[in-house]
Design a protein around this ligand. Sequence first.
Ligand code: MF3
Ligand code: CO
Length: 254
Amino acid sequence: MPAVEQGIIIKSAQEIALMRTAGKLLAEVLALLAARVRPGMTTAELDALAAKELEARRVTPSFLGYRGYPAHICVSVNEEVVHGIPGKRVMKDGDVISIDAGLVYKGFQADAAVTVGLGKVSPVAERLIETTRQAIAAGIAAARGGARLSDISAAVQETVEHRGFAVVREYVGHGIGRNMHEEPQVPNFGPPGRGPLLRPGMALAIEPMVNVGDWRTVVGPDNWTVSTADGSLSAHFEHSIAITEGDPDILTAL
Ligand code: MF3
Ligand code: CO
């Protein structure tokens, strides 16, 4: 039986080491996808590349078949927030492309996402992507032993709203380990100083989703693709991290 504190599984140093290997393999795949994504490519072609790269590393794609999800990665374009199913959509110059991927290595999950602008993007798109990058950095910086869970949430929200954008409420980050989704939920909004105390050995997926306009979202007819309700652009970054005695350990860093 794993150690559990406040409902959150505490991983051993050995388990965290496996999660770091899982994370590094995922970081390699995501970096490759972000470097290769091009105008004129379909989102299905990007998924095929992901499938090939995951297979080359002998790891299991965790999204494929998850609650019936039909692809290896999620590709969310422009007003799409998360969970975009790869398909015939052709990506074009100026698009904002969020790529979310997950894998299992030796029984441990890694989950991460990046957003890239294709070619020449608008100033607001550029600012959105940069803000979301800063928001995840602020969230990770707050994820320290002795802090409270909602210190992460508050740091993300403050970074986003200070820059005039909105943070999605209906989808949140999560604990991660042998399962993709473990306790606790990690909201990207809310007051600081609430929720469980963060302890070394806890592993969290921190994943701000940021909209140019309103925070509200809608789910499309495929029952997966989440888009902004107002049609405004959205960006998403995600890292799996571990709480330590010192600085947070970014498991999905290269
Ligand atoms: N990265 C997503 C998450 O954190 C997982 C995508 S849902 C799936 O929940 F269906 F694609 F797996
Ligand atoms: Co996640």
